[in-house]
Design a protein around this ligand. Structure first.
Ligand code: URA
Length: 451
């Protein structure tokens, strides 16, 4: 495809022409992408023009070179942290977005407790998927808008810090992320890749582990799409000199039992106490093993998994999480499970005997957003206590009247609608369903191995 050069050295930058070129399927020159993104961050390019560009990029796609240019200008839209004077190989992990995905909250302190520094920049909920930052904000007092000096100091002192993409670090991602959330332009491989990699590369990491979700509850619904996203992410990582390992993991059914900000903090604490749901722990330990190995403290990912298990067994992982919460201003009340009363319980209908066959993660996620877990518009506040607790998961036996899920919401005038949506997310069968591994594939240095 012909490259459109739209910025002339003496001409004024014209966002309309860049939007039109992308709309018409041209490949944009790096300087045009940079001018557009920088203009948007400065406030010269208004959100309606940026939204039009995002939709054009969503529909037309971006080439590898356009994706790299977008990543690079988003990365340099703010400070790029240099943590090279701090000891250790700094390793981060990022998920492309899931439902009930509290892996970061468990894995970050666990890996740090094993001695690998974890500098993590995370996002708010996006579309139907949850965000680590929203979950952390459900702990009263906890701050994630840390200055770079606070971020560095905490990493040095505790070995783990989870901050949000602030005005200082990858501000372009912060602004674009919020705009994509409300313009239906999230599920685009190049936009997701640039978003993730810009903030990760800006955060001063040395290596990265990616959890690329696939299935009904993920932005990528098929394995080939997820593989393309994983490859795009890994290629950008390599281009910027950061060893990157990507796992493709299944996200058809919510992870664990809880979907909701405070509810997922409670579940993470359970996991850090060694009593977490098996599917959530499997992914957490697999990715922790990769991080510990990339951090140079284990010879193999399996050895890393054993170290992570021991950090949880010994209580060091929970102690590290507690120190992190305290350092970021959070109240230690989070250590006790919240005492909330469900607004409703959804039960198995009459005539249903057998097993839970499936739970549609997307339906659960959409309903939870409507209940207050996520945002419909960019300015919405999330309700920290809203959410859904799945009382049964696929493979479990079921009889009429059994509790399927508890709903927590203050929007009680819509309880009938929420209960019906959650009820239809469950499917039943008279035989136990075939168990499918959550781990689909692993990508490292351009080679695929079956997980
Ligand atoms: N996670 C991100 O950080 N960005 C996206 O665009 C999607 C998931």
């Amino acid at each position: 495809m012909q490259i459109a050069f739209l910025v002339r050295s003496h001409a004024m930058f014209n966002p309309q022409r860049v939007i039109a070129a992308k709309r018409d399927g041209y490949t944009l020159a790096s300087k045009d992408i940079t001018a557009l993104v920088n203009g948007f961050v400065r406030g010269d390019v208004p959100p309606y023009q940026m939204s039009a560009f995002l939709m054009a990029a969503f529909l037309r796609g971006l080439s590898n070179s356009e994706t790299a240019s977008l990543t690079e200008c988003m990365l340099h839209s703010g400070k790029v942290l240099d943590l090279s004077d701090l000891p250790g190989t700094k390793v981060d992990k990022h998920s492309t977005g899931g439902v009930g995905d509290s892996v970061s909250l468990i894995l970050a302190p666990t890996v740090a407790a094993c001695g690998v520094p974890v500098p993590m920049i995370s996002g708010r909920g996006l579309g139907h998927t949850g965000g680590t930052i929203d979950k952390l904000h459900s702990i009263p007092g906890l701050r994630t808008n840390l200055s770079t000096s606070e971020y560095r100091r905490q990493l040095e002192a505790i070995g783990v810090v989870i901050g949000s993409a602030t005005k200082e670090i990858a501000p372009a991602d912060r602004e674009l992320y919020a705009l994509r959330d409300v313009t239906s332009t999230v599920a685009s491989i190049p936009l997701i890749a640039a978003s993730i990699m810009s903030k990760k590369l800006a955060a001063g990491l040395d290596a990265l582990v990616l959890d690329v979700k696939v299935g009904a509850g993920a932005f990528m619904s098929t394995v080939p799409e997820a593989r393309r996203l994983a490859e795009t992410l890994a290629r950008i990582g390599e281009r910027f000199g950061k060893p990157t390992v990507a796992w493709i993991t299944r996200m058809d059914v919510p992870l664990g039992h809880c979907v909701g900000n405070r509810l997922e903090i409670d579940e993470s604490v359970q996991c850090l106490k060694g009593d977490g749901p098996q599917d959530l722990m499997k992914i957490t330990l697999t990715l922790s093993g990769e991080m510990i190995c990339l951090g140079g403290l284990a010879a193999t990912p399996d050895e890393g998994i054993e170290m992570a298990r021991e950090a949880i067994r010994s209580g060091k992982a929970l102690a590290t999480f507690t120190r992190m919460v305290q350092a970021q201003g959070g109240s230690l009340d989070f250590l006790e499970p919240s005492v909330l009363c469900p607004a409703a319980t959804v039960r198995a209908p009459r005539g249903v005997y057998g097993f839970i066959a499936d739970i549609d993660a997307y339906a659960i996620a959409r309903t939870s957003v409507n209940m207050g877990v996520g945002r419909i518009s960019k300015e919405d506040d999330v309700d920290p206590e809203a959410g859904i607790v799945l009382r049964k998961k696929p493979g479990e036996e079921i009889a009429p009247g059994d509790a399927l899920a508890d709903l927590y919401t203050t929007r009680t005038n819509r309880l009938t609608e929420f209960s019906a949506a959650v009820s239809t997310a469950f499917q039943f069968s008279d035989k136990p369903p075939i168990e499918r591994s959550r781990l689909v594939d692993r990508l490292e240095a351009n080679e695929w191995a079956i997980g």
